[in-house]
Write a protein that binds this ligand. Structure first.
Ligand SMILES: [Fe+2]
Length: 371
């Protein structure tokens, strides 16, 4: 029996296959260069890109391609993959073309849950981009931190947990994805909280250092942790869970260079160091919940999280002296994220108009200072 009764599948169909751990072969028919830049984890590059563009013969027959599993074909926009799918079906293989191409992969998300007492933390992960959002629920009330997927996802999750979203917060003005926080606040009537700054051009409530936000019976404490950006905040839930945004990741620290000249980057690196020091003084069992993951996020339901104690053991970077930390960060700054200047401008404006966000946000995450 076939997986689908159509030859073109949507990204939601592929997401379902991942969720069910269905065995499929995903092949990528773009150029090798594009595949190397970004691809669906587990997908296989097949060298047919040029031949697909020019030949009407079955290019898969020429390379002796075969598969004992259903095949999902991925290309840039979803056009070459249709041609490839037809060739594969001519070979009697069960093949599907991914509609919209690789950029659709940036929209796919999955969940992990943490429950302690009456508090539930749901980590919503964009599998391809590594962006992590959080829904915190306690006693019928909820808050969202860093709204990186469609508002409907949070509204549905809150509804499933009989909770009302009271607050929507961002840790900082993002450079890798358009924040859906303003949309979510608009759709739910929740208060939109942003780090205190003079940049954004829409109405929101400013958050300042040591502010306390109540969610049901628990509190979220705002901690100003500049460095990645000047306005960056971390949020400490119940004194035990720290949402670090792009300050601290499981593999390192946030990058301080975006939209900054050399002198500003140096100044921000110093701030980054001191913000990390502030965080490192928290108890060792504080669970660090970052704003990004440096790898594709698996469909395994395991939270991307680590105790502060373990991060101190595993990350030499955060144990360096100020001088060595600055040297380390400044000598190895990775490539800038795609479209980051435009994304920052959109987040300052608070709306994305009719832009295709999947196109704008395509590509891996590059918010951390480590390659
Ligand atoms: Fe960021």
């Amino acid at each position: 029996m076939s997986l689908f009764n159509t030859d073109k599948i949507r990204i939601e169909d592929l997401k379902m296959l991942f969720e069910k751990h269905t065995s499929v072969k995903i092949i990528d028919v773009r150029s090798k260069e594009k595949f190397d830049q970004w691809h669906i984890p587990g997908s296989e590059w097949v060298p047919v890109n040029e031949a697909l563009k020019t030949s009407d013969d079955n290019v898969f027959m020429d390379i002796g391609f075969n598969s004992d599993k259903p095949v999902v074909v991925v290309c840039q926009e979803g056009f070459l993959s249709r041609k490839a799918m037809e060739f594969l079906r001519d070979l009697d293989l069960e093949a599907y073309s991914l509609e919209g191409g690789i950029k659709e992969w940036s929209r796919v998300w999955n969940l992990a849950k943490i429950k302690v007492g009456d508090t539930k933390i749901i980590q919503i992960r964009r599998a391809g981009k590594g962006c992590l959002s959080y829904l915190i629920i306690n006693n019928g009330e909820a808050a969202v931190i860093d709204t990186a997927v469609d508002p409907g996802v949070f509204i549905d999750l809150a509804g499933q947990n009989q909770a009302t979203i009271k607050y929507v917060l961002d840790t900082h003005i993002h450079a890798d994805h358009f924040s859906r926080g303003r949309l979510l606040a608009g759709q739910t009537g929740a208060s939109l909280l942003m780090p205190g700054q003079n940049l954004v051009q829409y109405d929101c409530m400013p958050v300042y250092d040591n502010d306390i936000i109540r969610i049901g019976q628990v509190t979220l404490k705002a901690i100003h942790t500049p460095g990645h950006t000047d306005e960056s905040f971390s949020y400490l839930l119940d004194g035990r869970f720290l949402f670090t945004g792009d300050l601290l990741f499981l593999n390192g620290a946030g990058r301080p260079d975006l939209k900054s000249d050399e002198a500003t980057t140096r100044r921000k690196t110093k701030k980054l160091y001191h913000s990390l020091k502030k965080i490192l003084s928290l108890p060792g069992d504080t669970l660090i919940l970052p704003g990004h993951y440096h790898k594709p996020v698996r469909f395994d339901g395991k939270p991307v999280a680590e105790t502060l104690e373990n991060l101190k053991k595993n990350l030499p970077l955060i144990n360096l002296s100020e001088k060595d930390f600055i040297l380390e960060i400044l000598t190895d700054i990775p490539d800038t994220p795609p479209n980051y200047e435009q994304i920052v401008e959109l987040n300052i404006a608070g709306h994305a108009g009719a832009l295709d966000l999947a196109e704008l946000e395509a590509g891996e995450n590059r918010c951390n200072s480590q390659r």
